[in-house]
Design a protein. Structure first.
Length: 332
């Protein structure tokens, strides 16, 4: 039976579900609310975010860890709605900025935009949480436990921020890093700046726990004349190979690079997402629950101090809704 618990033995405690069984792949017990918040280009909008944000939060009174989630190349934050809802239902606040609209910026420009959002959180996030859940500061964002996560190029951006690659210094410290099928370019000749991968094992100078979640089909071409969305040498395998312990690695063998998105992403961006990458044939819900569950288990372990769920998944990957192969965990 899942029990509501507390983490971080400090006066300001954080709410998260601590369980005696692995419930992370099912919807959590927290009721949640979500909404989009647009930048307002007026002087009185003190708490206006620098970028459009999609925020998901539990509504029950408590203090919750915060996860920043960065979208992939040419994708919209709303495409991750189902995934982020699953994660938040386990007692986490999700903040997903839309870092750019139609025309993607350079890699460094994208990272600077992400850093700007991070530095806005201290003063700007809590008023938006209050507006979202309408309960007068009873739902509190714990900014001492900020986790970085991202998909595809957004996963690479999360790595870059954790490595201190932004020109703008981030005011917050990060607790964990989760890369969801991270990619550093479309080919070895077309790597996105700044270059993160060194091709030296355990070389990334990261001082926080890292989980890398890859896809088995991401390195395969959808058509012979199309590039792979997550090519070998630039994808999850190399990112994990360069992480220092503690680090965890999970590959969803039968799913593709876009299979954690909503079932039918709309608009031009959605059409591109649907046709560019090789996809799995099973329902995407299985992939979303697998990715969301692994992220929740990893945060329970390294933010909450409860390793039961992570140990259960590593010990028996068949607990996940989809085939995880390979699975690797390197303790500190």
């Amino acid at each position: 039976m899942a029990l509501a618990g507390t983490i971080l033995g400090t006066e300001k405690k954080s709410s998260i579900i601590i369980s005696n069984s692995t419930d992370v792949f099912e919807k959590g017990c927290f009721e949640i609310k979500s909404n989009f918040f647009e930048p307002r280009l007026v002087s009185w909008a003190t708490f206006s975010p620098p970028k459009q944000l999609f925020i998901v939060s539990p509504t029950k009174e408590g203090t919750y860890p915060v996860v920043l989630f960065f979208h992939g190349f040419l994708l919209e934050n709303k495409f991750y709605e189902d995934l982020l809802h699953h994660i938040s239902s386990h007692g986490l606040i999700l903040v997903a900025p839309q870092l750019y609209e139609l025309i993607p910026p350079s890699g460094p420009e994208e990272i600077e935009s992400a850093a700007e959002v991070i530095n806005w959180l201290e003063e700007g996030l809590q008023p938006l949480i209050n507006d979202l859940v309408n309960n007068n500061n009873k739902v509190v964002a714990d900014l001492t436990t900020v986790a970085l996560a991202g998909h595809s190029r957004g996963g690479k951006a999360a790595f870059a921020l954790a490595l201190g690659k932004s020109e703008v210094k981030c005011n917050l410290k990060f607790s964990v890093l989760v890369g969801v099928d991270p990619v550093e370019g479309s080919s070895m000749r077309n790597r996105t700046e700044p270059h993160i991968l060194t091709y030296v094992p355990r070389s990334l100078d990261l001082c926080i726990p890292v989980a890398v979640i890859g896809t088995g089909l991401g390195s395969e071409r959808r058509k012979p004349y199309m590039p792979a969305c997550a090519p070998d040498g630039l994808n999850h395998a190399e990112f994990f190979n360069e992480c220092k312990p503690p680090c965890a690695y999970f590959v969803a063998k039968d799913f593709g690079h876009m299979d954690m998105l909503v079932d039918r992403p709309g608009g031009i961006d959605g059409a591109i997402a649907n046709c560019m990458c090789k996809n799995g044939t099973s329902p995407r819900d299985l992939m979303r629950r697998s990715v969301g569950g692994i992220l929740v288990a990893f945060l329970r372990a390294y933010v909450g101090g409860d390793h039961k769920d992570l140990a259960a998944i590593v010990g028996d990957p068949t607990l996940a809704p989809t085939t995880l192969d390979p699975v690797n965990f390197v303790p500190a």
